[in-house]
Write a protein that binds this ligand. Sequence first.
Ligand SMILES: [Zn+2]
Length: 316
Amino acid sequence: MNHFLGIDIGGTNIVFGVVNESGEVVFEESVPTSDFESAEKLADYISTAVKNNFKGNLSSIGIGAPSLNRETLEIEYAPNLNWGEIIPIKTIFEEKFSLPVYVENDANAYARGVKVFGEGKELENFAVVTLGTGVGLGTIINNAVVEGSNGLAGELGHFVVHQAGRECKCGNLGCLEAYVGAHGIVTTAKEKLEFSSGGSALHKIQPSDLTPTEIFNAARKDDPVALEVVDAVCHDLGYALSSLINLMDIENIYLTGGITNSGNILRRKTEKHLKTYVLPNLRSKINLKITSLNQNGGEILGAVASIHEFSKATIS
Ligand SMILES: [Zn+2]
């Protein structure tokens, strides 16, 4: 049976794993991105980890990467990575592994994963929203990944939700990512905690230790400040998604990423806000779900789904 290596390069964590041709993850590992000073060091680490944990042969490698230049297959000016302005990611992994390497924009890779291995198998049109350090969008229309003229379609994180709002890492003001990305969620919590009188469990956490997961978990326990934060996050996400739906008429939207592990609260509240903004005739048709790939190696499966052998399932 053929085996493939899938790697997802995130701003906070890098996940990688070996997947067989049935889509089963036979080995996986997650490491903090900050452990590596360069992509070459990451390639060295993954090579050793795979050799130590998987005894078969690999056929090829798929990589989900942020800020990817589709022509050169280099990572360019990634705001959440500190490995230099231009990272020739394909070349680095080809040289280390001597195997074919396929690189895809990370959110598009995830959408391919949902198409090949998840709920998207039977769907011609759907979107996947990745919620992490950044906020990404992979869209499949008529069975093809929407790439745009420069391969940059789906920069949902930089959809402006607040006019003259918070500064975003891209340099613009009021981007969705500045509110719904991991740092944005924590910033909102700190702002609200400053003006609350102490009746929140979040006050017991050092501000520098606050994480989106803790904030969402506190909201599930009806913590008043955490609930305000989560409601603000879900409002902005719902607001942005309603425009996506109104523009593209996409019924099926799948959420994934760290904060979607916090039960149903994110999905439920986002759906509520989304439905207040979406066109009335689309309102009853929306299917907003957390993808089943979320807790089943979704990033790794997405990276592997970008390997040509699998990506044939989606036309482009
Ligand atoms: Zn931005």
